[in-house]
Each structure stands twice: as C-alpha cells, then as structure tokens.
Design a protein. Structure first.
Length: 444
C-alpha cells in the first residue's frame, strides 16, 4: 500500500487526520484491554489469591505472599520493555503492538484455569507466578508502542500532549472493566466467588483480545518510523544503543514515575486488602469507589495532557507531584475513619493527583528520546519504575502498616516518593512544542 510509506509532508491532511484517529483508537482500546488483564490480577490478589494459593499462612502473611506473586508481573515489565522495545525500533510500532497484546491476553486467559493449593499444592502458586511474569512481559512492551502510535501520527506540535495522553486513558478504562467484572461476579455470593467465580473475568479476557487484534490490524505504521526506514537509520541493537547514548533520560524517566506509580497501586490494589481485610469494610463499597475513581480519570487524564500542551509538560507534571505528596495524608486520614462516605470520597479523589502526572507523562518521556531509539528508551525508562515503584508499593504499604499500625506511615512513604519525583522531573528535558521527527534530533 502506497500510503504506508508516506511521511508528514506527503500524506493529504484529511487522510492524515483519519489515520491519527485510527491510531488513537487502536492505542486506547488495545491499552485498555491489556490493563484490564493486568489490573484483574491485582484485584484478585488483594481479595482471594492469599486464601486460595497460600491457605496455610495467617491472613497478613498470605496477603504478603499474594502481593509477592503480583510483584513478579512488575519484574517482567522491564524485560518486556527490552524485548519489545528492540522489535518496536527494528520492525515498527504496529507489528510489535500485536505481539504484546497476544502475550498479555493468552497469559491472562490461562490464569482462569490454574488449580489452587487444595488441588496441586504449591504448584498452583508457581504456575500463577509464571503466568503473572508473562503478563508483565506483555504489558512491558505495550506502553511504549501505544504512546508512539498516537504521538507519532500527530502532525501538530501543540497537540502531542493530548494525543499521547489517550493511551494513558486506557488505564482507567482497564481499571473500570476489571473492577466491574469482579463486582458483577461477586454478586453470586462470597463462597461461589472464592471457589470459582473469580475465574470467569480472566476467561472472558480472550474475547477482548480478539477485539483488540481486529482493531490493531487495521492501522498503518507511523510516519516517524517510516522516515527512519526511508533514511535507513534503523538501529541494529536499539536497546544497547539507547542505554549507551541516553542513560540519563532512562534513569530520570524511571524516577519521575515514583510519585505517580507507587501511590496508584496503593490506591487501587493495597486498598482492597487494607479496607476490606483490616478495616472490615464492604468489598463492594471499595470496588464501586475504585470504579467511580476510574470514571473521574476519563476526564482528568486527557485534560492534564491538553494543559501540558499549553503550559509545558514539566510544569504540569510538577504540579501533579506536589499535589500527590500532600494528598497521601488526606487520603489515609479519611480512609482510617472507616466511615463509608468519607472512604468513598477519599478513593474517588485519589486518582486525580495521579492523573495530573499521568496525562503529560507519556509525551514528556517519549519526546526525550531520539526516534530511532524511542520505543526502547521510553519503554525501558517507563517500565524500570515498575521494580522501584509500582511492584513493591503494595508490599511496602502492607509491611509499613504491619509495623506501625497506621495509614500515616504509608502516607509518609508516598511523600518520600514525591520528593524523588520532584527532583527527577525538574531535571528532565522538556520538548513541548518542538519537532520530534528524526531530522530534529542531533546525532549522538
């Protein structure tokens, strides 16, 4: 197809706009499906995995062990970033995104059939851990490609923040879908849900994978990558090259995510174990609250991306970091009351400080890397945060509460993450409004 080799300058405006819309839809829908799969595990880990796969432990230890298998998915994310980043910079964004969707979807579907401890003993937990690692590898390669697919089709410099924020929009979509699925099947009763009902949402993921594949097969490669092909600038070993040439950007990308990613998994995963298990609140209340919070993010993520095009990525991000550092104390002050209305309000508001960072984050990170290394560099920086922020966050929060018996200890942890991110974001380059095609970057 001739259109596949076109660049910014040769594709007619109407056709370019149509491809931009398709790219944004494909990125957002595909990302929503992948995050549905990833979040589903986190919710199940907080609610039932401890009882089913570690039944010989006390409640706290079982929860910690369940979150340990949850953490394995985060370890897999940088591995996926390296694997799929390599191919994303070698063969293109589109083909790589199809592979990440299959990797994630098939692993999630298989989780539905993992026997519990009662059936095969410790092997159940081992199988669960392996599949969780494969989930992590899949989602590790997803983010970079989705963001680049949307951002690199954007012709106008002043809209990249908004366009790149739409794949981020897939996160609350996946969060809403996963929690809705758990809530819907919880209606069958606690005993039935804990026995077999929790498996159904994992099994249904195969349908979503089919939808995602159908959408992604219908898009074209980005003009930026086509320019790289045309100029024969494809790197043979992009992961190695980006580590050698842009290590600073990789490290800063990981550190600036501390105040966004760690609190997010405290607010959406740890809260189930904390509010339901410790405060003995209604599981359905917490599920509903998180779902409403996800709905709020439908608006705050793209709005933050939009405003980053107006006031600058870095400025918008720094505002979000400061708000998050303060909000942790307000959040746990409200949750610790165990008053349903206050807990509901705290959870609904909890993702707003996250979204103020998450909206501009995609463009802020991706624009920092030269196009021929962009998939690898952005993916590595983004996913390395999974090891230092998202993955250990529920574990650290659980351990802090076990030691200090107070949610304020967790709030101090969130504030510490914010300080680290504040410094990293301040040092990050800001390419708001600048050209991001290959010709605009100097040779390293």
């Amino acid at each position: 197809m001739a259109m596949a080799s076109t660049t910014y300058g040769t594709l007619p405006e109407a056709e370019h706009s149509a491809q931009l819309r398709k790219a944004v839809i494909a990125s957002t829908v595909g990302t929503a499906i992948e995050w549905y799969d990833f979040f589903l595990y986190g919710t199940a880990a907080g609610l039932v995995f401890g009882k089913l796969y570690f039944p010989n432990q006390d409640a706290l230890t079982a929860t910690l062990l369940a979150f340990s298998t949850y953490f394995i998915g985060f370890v897999g994310r940088p591995i996926g970033a390296a694997i799929f980043g390599h191919y994303g910079d070698r063969i293109g964004r589109k083909a790589t995104l199809i592979a990440t969707l299959l990797c994630m979807g098939l692993a999630t579907f298989a989780i539905a059939f993992v026997p519990t401890y009662a059936s095969i003993g410790v092997w159940g937990a081992i199988l669960l851990t392996v599949l969780r690692a494969i989930q992590g590898i899949g989602v590790g390669g997803e983010w970079g490609g989705s963001v680049l697919l949307a951002m690199e089709w954007s012709r106008k410099h002043g809209e990249r923040g908004l366009m790149a924020s739409w794949p981020q929009f897939g996160v609350p979509c996946g969060l809403l879908l996963s929690n809705f699925a758990i809530l819907a099947f919880s209606a069958m009763g606690t005993e039935s849900f804990n026995s077999w009902g929790w498996r159904i949402p994992f099994g249904l993921s195969i349908i979503l994978v089919g939808v995602g594949l159908w959408i992604r097969l219908g898009i074209l490669e980005t003009p930026v990558f086509q320019e790289i092909l045309k100029k024969d600038k494809v790197e043979k070993a992009p992961v190695i090259e980006v580590v050698k040439k842009q290590p600073r950007e990789i490290i800063l990308s990981a550190l600036l995510r501390m105040s966004e990613q760690a609190p997010f998994y405290i607010f959406t995963a740890f809260i189930f174990a904390y509010a339901v298990g410790t405060l003995h609140m209604s599981r359905n209340l917490i599920l509903t609250s998180v779902m409403v919070a996800a709905c709020v993010s439908f608006f705050t993520i793209p709005l933050a991306g939009y405003f980053s095009d107006r006031i600058g990525r870095k400025t918008m991000y720094l505002i979000g970091v400061v708000v998050m550092g303060l909000f942790g104390f307000v959040y746990f002050a409200m949750v610790d009351t165990a008053v349903p209305l206050l807990v509901f309000i705290a959870i609904v508001l909890s993702l707003i400080p996250h979204d103020l960072q998450y909206g501009p984050q995609a463009a802020l990170i991706a624009e920092s890397f030269t196009p021929r290394l962009r998939y690898s560099g952005a993916s590595l920086g983004y996913q390395l945060a999974s090891i230092i922020a998202g993955g250990p966050a529920p574990l650290i929060a659980t351990a802090l509460f076990a030691s200090y018996k107070s949610g304020y200890a967790v709030a101090i942890y969130i504030a510490a993450c914010a300080v680290i991110s504040l410094i990293a974001a301040a040092l990050m380059p800001d390419y708001t409004g600048k050209d991001i095609s290959d010709s605009a970057y100097s040779e390293d």
